[in-house]
Design a binder for this molecule. Structure first.
Ligand code: UDP
Length: 376
């Protein structure tokens, strides 16, 4: 029987991993558990922001992973960075081509899947819903069909708080009504509905994690948030600060909040990934479908986040006031009691530490792009 378990370890394994990074020389202490599933975990979208941090965590705990990514928004450099830590199989392929996925299941003994691959920019989904339905819905459907054809019946799926739409009450729990207000949220809700039907009819068991605002970067290796057209708040603040270009816009200052700017629930990437490990463990132990909000339960306004960034940058950060973005609710915060109770998931990173990790990553990206420019 294959089994995921958080296995207590007696010896304190010390993995000497010297990295010449902005973090200088690091000695990484493995946490006191291993996931002792021996067969392979397929990670779709493992070259992207959240997927790559998950790959790292699984490698760190000696799991066998195979990464599948079309590199449309992910980066080969991230795969190379992960491979410096430990080698693994990377397959370049597209979920929209079912043959690509069928080949995977034919060639590898895959036991379970963590499905990150998908598009996730709200404004882009409004401009071009076609690519969202193709990538997020068709791509997921191909994956699930291939899974059931190959008798692979466990999946952790990246969902989002965008499926709830404008909140009726706060903090939002998992039973809140689902009325997404943009194509991105609609595609994720559609996939959740497919997963319910596929569980009922084919026994495909899923844990859906509804992320709030993922942020921060690994504190151990050189991976982080890296979008070609960045839209997210924390990277935008830090890019503007580090380049001194005054490119930061606050979208709306007359929301009904304490300082007029939107409030979001910013969840640290390492905490977020920890929820995936616990979700895999849950699937292994209970073989049962479930859904969890993954947020801290706390909220920070845009201006509070800017002020935290200023403390780390040790300088004032300039900004422009711009009109509200379409479809931005004033406040989104998670009720995470269910994840705490059932998964025993406890987010424990402080926002200042999360921002510091993002700051170090942005400095690394900036230096990297300067070096690239100098080469040409
Ligand atoms: N935001 C902003 N300036 C930016 C990016 C975002 O004022 O450059 C605001 C945005 O309106 C929202 C919050 O910051 O209220 C978080 O936005 P983000 O795009 O990071 O995540 P979202 O909540 O849209 O998933």
């Amino acid at each position: 029987m294959r089994f995921f378990g958080l296995c207590p370890q007696n010896d304190d394994v010390t993995n000497l991993s010297p990295l010449t990074t902005h973090h200088s020389l690091l000695i990484i202490k493995a946490k006191k558990f291993l996931i002792y599933n021996i067969s392979m975990i397929l990670i779709t979208g493992g070259a992207g922001y959240i997927g790559s941090h998950c790959v790292y965590e699984l490698l760190k705990h000696n799991n066998d992973v195979i990464v599948f990514d079309n590199l449309s928004t992910g980066h080969k450099e991230i795969i190379d960075e992960l491979k410096k830590y430990r080698d693994f199989k990377f397959v370049l392929g597209d979920l929209k081509n079912k043959n690509d996925i069928d080949e995977l299941f034919k060639n590898y003994d895959i036991d379970s899947v963590i499905h990150f691959a998908g598009l996730s920019i709200v404004s882009e989904s409004v401009k071009n819903p076609k690519i969202y339905y193709e990538n997020n819905v068709l791509g997921s459907l191909n994956l699930f069909n291939s899974m059931i054809e190959n008798n692979v019946k466990k999946i952790v799926f990246s969902s989002t708080c965008a499926i709830y739409g404008d909140p009726d009450y706060l903090p939002i729990d998992e039973n809140h009504q689902k009325k997404p207000i943009n194509p991105y949220g609609k595609t994720k809700l559609t996939v959740e509905n497919i997963l319910d039907d596929y569980d009922y009819s084919y026994g495909l068991k899923s844990v859906r994690l509804r992320y709030f605002n993922a942020c921060g970067a690994s504190t151990e290796i050189n991976i982080g948030e890296w979008h070609n057209n960045e839209t997210h708040l924390i990277p935008n603040i830090l890019k503007s600060a580090l380049t001194n270009k005054n490119t930061l816009n606050i979208f709306g200052t007359d929301y009904p909040t304490k300082d007029g700017t939107c409030i979001r629930d910013y969840v640290n990437i390492e905490d977020l990934i920890n929820a995936h490990i616990k979700a895999l463990d849950y699937l292994g132990k209970y073989n049962s479908t479930n859904v969890f909000n993954i947020g801290t339960g706390l909220g920070n306004s845009v201006k509070e986040i800017i002020s935290e960034c200023e403390k780390i940058h040790a300088q004032k950060i300039k900004y422009n006031i711009s009109p509200k973005r379409d479809g931005d609710p004033a406040v989104l915060t998670a009720n995470n009691n269910k994840a705490k109770d059932i998964l025993k998931w406890v987010p424990d990173k402080m926002i200042k530490d999360t921002i510091l990790s993002a700051y170090n990553w942005e400095k690394y990206l900036l230096l990297r792009s300067i070096k690239e420019c100098n080469k040409t």
